[in-house]
Write a protein that binds this ligand. Structure first.
Ligand code: CP
Ligand code: NVA
Length: 300
């Protein structure tokens, strides 16, 4: 049973296969007659819509549930919820506060489990980000450099691991106390790419082919808003910072965005920004991922 809790659940070859499947204009209806349960303990616009439409595009039937209506771990145990969903569905996707919930679901191993964002990782986003960069860079990822400016969070983690698998060097500029988990840095390095960590956004961005950021306050961190806005002052991706990147560099943001905080309006709404294409690619990425997950059962 294949699961997708973090990008490094894929090999280099698996990731390339997922990206190729994501690019199929008319993918086979591999989910025909099958259900996909989608649980959201946190808000979502892109992930919910992209995944639901991807399931429909593959001939399957999505059922979306809010965390409070299913009561994971409260109304019944995570394992019992998962065993029951496995009776009706081929895949369970879940957006959760605690990554350990996804691990408990995957351990049941009766239905494929997909991480739709946790406190630790956002791997579906990373696939869409690589898809966007592959298009923007003429079909080839390896050998490029991506700069991450801001929080060393769930999105940074999955994107760094994805870059490792795809041969993309990463330079992370995060303030002290908000740096990426060293295990993820080492995991990406182990793939042979160069991962640089710094606290200086200019050092990270200089000459980079892509510049990425994310919110300073992730879902579940709302009480830390003021401290975080202070900690991240000086980490806004503005035109001056983008000007340090390579000519033609792409700006990415997984969204939702806060103009005037992590990114200036001039950058996100300007010519370097690929954020709408990136959001659109969430659906193609989900199609590719779901096709790969289910292909296991049919021996592909
Ligand atoms: N980028 C992303 O995951 O967006 P949502 O939170 O709207 O799903
Ligand atoms: N880091 C953000 C990503 C939102 C898509 C969060 O976890 O809220």
């Amino acid at each position: 049973m294949r699961h997708f809790l973090e990008v490094d659940d894929l090999s280099e070859g698996d990731l390339a296969a997922v990206l190729d499947l994501a690019e199929l204009p008319h993918p086979p209806a591999i989910l025909a007659g099958l259900g996909v349960a989608l649980i959201f303990e946190k808000p979502s616009n892109r992930t919910r819509n992209a995944t639901e439409m991807a399931v429909v595009g593959l001939g399957g039937h999505p059922i979306v549930m809010r965390g409070d209506e299913i009561g994971l771990g409260r109304r019944e145990t995570v394992e019992d919820v998962t065993r029951v969903l496995a009776c009706y569905h081929r895949v369970v996707g879940a957006r959760v506060f605690d990554h350990a919930v996804l691990e408990a679901m995957a351990k049941v191993d009766e239905v494929s489990v997909v991480n739709l964002l946790s406190d630790v990782a956002h791997p579906c986003q990373a696939i869409a980000d690589l898809l966007t960069l592959r298009h923007r860079w003429g079909g080839r990822l390896a050998g490029r450099t991506l700069a991450w400016v801001g929080d060393g969070n769930n999105v940074a983690r999955s994107l760094t691991l994805a870059c490792g698998l795809a041969g993309v060097d990463v330079r992370l500029a995060c303030p002290p106390g908000h740096q990426l988990d060293p295990v993820a840095v080492d995991g990406a390095r182990a793939r042979g790419v160069t991962i640089t960590t710094t606290t200086d956004p200019v050092e990270a961005v200089s000459g980079a082919d892509a510049v990425c950021t994310d919110v300073w306050v992730s879902m579940g961190q709302e009480t830390e808003q003021h401290q975080r806005e202070d900690a991240f002052a000086g980490y806004q991706v503005d035109e001056a910072l983008m000007g340090r990147a390579a000519q033609g560099a792409v700006f990415l943001h997984c969204l939702p965005a806060h103009r005037g905080l992590e990114v200036s309006a001039a950058v996100i709404d300007g010519p370097a920004s690929a954020v709408w294409e990136q959001a659109g690619n969430r659906m193609y990425a989900a199609r590719g991922l779901l096709s790969w997950l289910v292909a296991d059962e049919v021996g592909q």
